[in-house]
Design a protein around this ligand. Structure first.
Ligand SMILES: Nc1ncnc2c1ncn2[C@@H]1O[C@H](COP(=O)(O)OP(=O)(O)OP(=O)(O)O)[C@@H](O)[C@H]1O
Ligand SMILES: [Mg+2]
Length: 608
């Protein structure tokens, strides 16, 4: 047995080096085989194409490299250096899964602050003022109070400002303050269809977050909801990782105002003049909100004196607007399905009647009949195919347009008054169009024009854009308003017009869109999206104003020509009278009478 074992071990010892040799041999053979085949291939290719020549040379160089891998033939600065053999780090699904997590909305917007209008220091200052003033005006109007708003900008250092916005609105309930100012996407306007300046629930908390990120200072709020209530003072910051407020101070203070809110934000900014300036914004907002009294304390007091007051022109608030339900025509299939899931109504007919505007019992019945679904069906049980049938039936059913009393225009008279206050011109006109609908949302367009006067004749027209009474100062090129102005044929209104651009001439154009939901191109609310229905309305309003302006300009031209002719004839009346005196042998009295008569005839026949 032992002998047999020994024999086996000895034979194993003998075989092992052979196997090792064999392995080495195979690999060596393999290499030499490869080399041979490369040579063969290269040799064959010599006669063929240049491409194969290149392939051959690369094969050769690869072979060289393989022979002496550590020697780099590349000279510094010339050719490609030998690449170090580093392994690309690769993650597997499990490792990737470890990194995947929720992104809080405030983290997102802190990174993408340009989306909210905080892309540069001067815009950041303007956006902060704008968000505060929008909220103040909205709150006052909602409470039926004539707005009295104070805007202060205090310069702390070269690039640091403290913005204060104080209003006489209804104030904010204590429990709500941290959520409103310390959470993005929290507000009262997003879920309703009603005309207001704010709509997204981001504005003021984003301004506070920007202030915190750039200066580390919390947002300060003082608010009081009534004479018998105490004023609360808060200092809070936003926890961007959680999108939750952190209250730093919550106390009671003495505040002379009976109701209202004061917001203070410190931020890195830049105060400058020009088209995009805060001063310009305040002037424009006071034009579109003649019912508001605005007191402005600029950082550079010498510019306007200590305070600059934009007085209210009227105490009459804009007409009260009601909240409306979505119109069935503007509701998409997914939204419709969601509404069926969320409704409080017990059956389909009741859901259609109560959750949509302009759906009467008859219209609801017609929709159900067309869709071949019982009006008694439970909305939450409706399947996707059935919802699709209802969606199609809605499109085929005649439904009244949405109610339009939910929109409050500025009105032609106030637009004219605003334009007259803004520029000295020869001609003013304004048009308020009838409300109409885009994607089921009612909207209305207004245009005001001022022509002539002191405005420069060789420059492009000035364009003031407004959405729900808020001036839009940035992204003019991306806005539907600008597009509509560019697409209007101003040459037919006697103005020069480079294609697609603003017309040239002494012209100020003021355009306002009022809607229950203004479709902005981004969260910074700088430009109106280019919906064809909206552009069409802008153009109609511009054309209406353009026609009025042309008839004025034609009349002016006619008057000027007539005056020229009359002056010419008038010059020769005395000569005619002398001639007649000689022919008819008239006395001096008769000649002077004749002169008067001729002048009278001229005036009557050439009435201007
Ligand atoms: N000065 C104020 N007085 C009373 N309520 C206010 C005031 N400021 C804000 N609010 C309330 O706080 C909410 C959130 O304001 P925020 O500016 O963040 O969003 P929004 O105005 O709803 O929409 P947007 O983002 O378009 O401005 C408002 O919807 C409003 O209910
Ligand atoms: Mg707001």
């Amino acid at each position: 047995m032992a002998q047999a074992k020994r024999k086996k071990q000895a034979s194993r010892k003998k075989k092992a080096p052979v196997r090792a040799k064999a392995q080495r041999g195979t690999s060596a053979r393999g290499t030499s085989k490869k080399k041979a085949s490369a040579k063969k291939k290269a040799g064959g290719a010599r006669k063929k194409t240049a491409r194969t020549k290149a392939a051959r040379s690369s094969t050769k160089s690869r072979a060289k490299k393989r022979a002496s891998p550590r020697v780099s033939t590349a000279r510094p600065g010339k050719g490609r250096a030998a690449r170090p053999k580093t392994r690309r780090p690769a993650s597997n699904a499990a490792e990737m899964a470890e990194k995947q997590r929720d992104i809080s909305v405030s983290e997102f917007f802190a990174k993408n602050r340009h989306l909210l209008g905080f892309d540069n220091p001067s815009k950041a200052l303007l956006t902060t003022v704008k968000e505060g003033v929008d909220n103040a005006l909205d709150a006052c109007e909602e409470a039926g109070v004539a707005p009295d708003i104070q805007i202060e900008i205090h310069q702390k250092t070269d690039s640091r400002f403290r913005v204060v916005i104080e209003d006489n609105g209804p104030g904010i309930v204590r429990e709500q303050v941290p959520k409103i100012f310390g959470r993005l996407l929290y507000g009262s306007k997003f879920h309703r269809l009603r005309q207001s300046r704010g709509q997204q629930g981001i504005g003021i908390s984003a301004a506070g977050m920007y202030g915190l990120l750039t200066t580390g200072k919390p947002i300060r709020i003082v608010t009081r909801t009534g004479k018998r209530r105490q004023a609360h003072e808060f200092e809070l910051v936003i926890d961007t990782q959680k999108n939750r407020p952190q209250v730093k101070r919550d106390g009671i203070i003495k505040w002379p105002k009976h109701h209202g809110t004061r917001v203070e934000i410190e931020l890195e900014g830049n105060y400058r003049g020009g088209q995009h300036s805060v001063d310009n914004y305040i002037r424009q907002i006071s034009l579109a909100n003649p019912h508001a009294q605005i007191t402005y304390v600029p950082p550079v007091a010498e510019e306007h004196g200590d305070k600059h007051i934009f007085p209210r022109v009227t105490r009459k608030l804009p007409p009260h607007t009601d909240e409306i339900q979505p119109h069935p025509y503007g509701t998409e299939l997914g939204v419709l399905m969601q509404m069926f899931r969320d409704t409080k109504s017990r059956n389909l007919s009741a859901c259609l009647r109560s959750d949509f505007s302009r759906v009467s019992p008859r219209v609801a019945g017609e929709i159900c009949e067309r869709a071949k679904i019982s009006p008694k069906r439970r909305p939450s049980d409706i399947r996707r195919e059935e919802a699709d049938a209802i969606y199609k039936a809605i499109k085929q059913t005649k439904i009244m347009s949405p109610p339009t009393d939910c929109i409050a225009p500025i009105g032609e008279n106030l637009i004219l008054a605003a334009l007259k206050a803004e520029v000295e011109a020869d001609f003013y006109c304004a048009v308020t169009r009838r409300p109409t609908v885009y994607r089921g949302n009612p909207f209305l367009v207004e245009v005001g024009l001022a022509y002539g006067g002191e405005m420069p004749r060789d420059d492009s027209a000035t364009l003031y854009r407004y959405a729900n009474r808020v001036p839009l100062q940035y992204q003019q090129g991306a806005c539907a308003i600008t597009r509509a102005v560019g697409a209007t044929n101003w040459k037919s209104y006697m103005l020069q017009h480079p294609k697609g651009a603003l017309p040239i001439g002494p012209l100020l154009i003021m355009i306002h869109i009022a809607s229950v939901w203004v479709p902005f191109t981004s969260e910074s609310k700088d430009a109106v999206a280019q919906y064809p229905e909206i552009i069409k309305e802008f153009r109609f309003a511009l054309q209406e104003c353009g026609r009025k302006m042309t008839s004025y300009l034609r009349k002016q031209k006619r008057v000027a020509e007539e005056a020229k002719k009359a002056a010419y004839i008038e010059k020769y009346i005395p000569q005619v009278a002398i001639g007649l005196q000689e022919i008819l042998s008239l006395g001096d009295r008769e000649t002077s009478k004749l002169t008067h008569k001729l002048t009278d005839v001229l005036e009557r026949s050439r009435k201007l």
